[in-house]
Write a protein that binds this ligand. Structure first.
Ligand code: GUN
Length: 311
């Protein structure tokens, strides 16, 4: 859904961009998942269950996990919450994964990243049964994604594709520039956008922290996806007029006037980018809600499969 925006008084810059409403699209998606959950329960008696593992006490991770658990409950799914202290050993964590792998009531497993120092995230992810890997992080799922085979797509990149669809973006033949090469967002997105597919077929440039003169590339982007993890990475002067910009960043910026003492900021300088782009995701209310919606979709898909369905 679009809503027009007018003059931003703070910066005196005219906002040209229409905002891409991730919150509304996520609500729509979650309603569909909820209906799917009810149907599965009615047909098979199966309630989709997700094992949600949080290790340590990182405040941002805690709030993401809480939001995911709330969404699961709201969709009629079961969340099996596992909270472990920061001192948890690799062996203890692997034992938890083994238990969740073996539990027939658990159809999906999510280990919130990053893990505390000293834990080997790669080994933990690799221990997750691929058929329960609703984050799409295991080597099997990543390999299938790259090969274009059916798999669980990682939630944030998948959510970005849906937002581009919602924005009416024509990815075919477009130049998509992805800023950030994380294994969770940047690299899978670059791959998905270059697939031979209705939501792919883009020419993709992947930029990262070692890219000299970032603006040279971002200014060429018809579709610009910013997932650098640093506020202010992209400013308006770095954006091609009329580009579609997806801001994946979620940064806590200290703000004594805010109730919680911080404000959420994306990786883009919102005001200056909104003055140049044609469409832009806000932070919050853009990519974040779609990540959760895609997690719910994947969990339902895992449960349907486990119940013998084809989804
Ligand atoms: N940390 C940041 N994003 C994600 C995500 O999508 N899944 C998990 N498990 N951890 C994350």
């Amino acid at each position: 859904m679009w809503y027009a925006v007018g003059v931003n008084r703070e910066s005196e810059q005219t906002m040209k961009a229409e905002l891409i409403d991730g919150k509304a699209l996520a609500a729509e998606t979650r309603a569909k998942v909820k209906a799917g959950v009810a149907e599965l329960k009615a047909k098979t008696g199966v309630t989709p269950g997700l094992g949600v593992v949080l290790v340590g006490d990182d405040p941002a991770s805690r709030s993401y996990v809480t939001a995911k658990e709330r969404a699961l409950e709201e969709a009629g799914m079961r969340s099996v919450d596992v909270r472990l202290g920061a001192e948890t050993t690799q062996e203890e964590l692997l034992a938890v994964i083994a238990r969740l792998n073996a539990d027939p009531q658990v159809h999906g497993i999510l280990v919130q990243l990053p893990l505390p120092r000293g834990l080997d995230a790669d080994a933990v992810i690799e221990a997750i049964a691929p058929e329960k890997d609703v984050d799409g992080f295991t080597p099997i799922n990543v390999g299938k994604m790259i090969l274009g085979q059916d798999c669980f797509l990682p939630c944030t990149p998948h959510g970005v594709l849906r937002l581009l669809g919602q924005a009416g973006a024509n990815t075919r033949g477009a130049h998509a520039v992805v800023v950030g090469r994380s294994a969770i967002v940047g690299r899978p997105l670059a791959n998905l956008l270059s697939r031979k597919a209705p939501d792919g077929d883009a020419t993709v440039t992947l930029c990262h922290s070692a890219t000299p003169d970032l603006a040279r590339f971002t200014r060429e982007a018809d579709i610009l996806i910013v997932a650098a993890g640093r506020p202010g990475t992209v400013t308006g002067d770095m954006v091609k007029p009329g580009a579609i910009v997806i801001d994946v960043g979620v940064n806590r910026v200290p703000d004594p006037t805010a109730q919680r003492g911080y404000r959420l900021r994306g990786d883009c300088d919102f005001e200056s980018v909104a003055a140049v782009a044609s469409r832009l995701t806000p932070v919050p209310g853009g990519v974040g809600p779609m990540t959760i919606a895609m997690l719910l979709e994947n969990t339902l898909k895992a449960a349907v499969r486990a119940a013998g369905g084809a989804s």
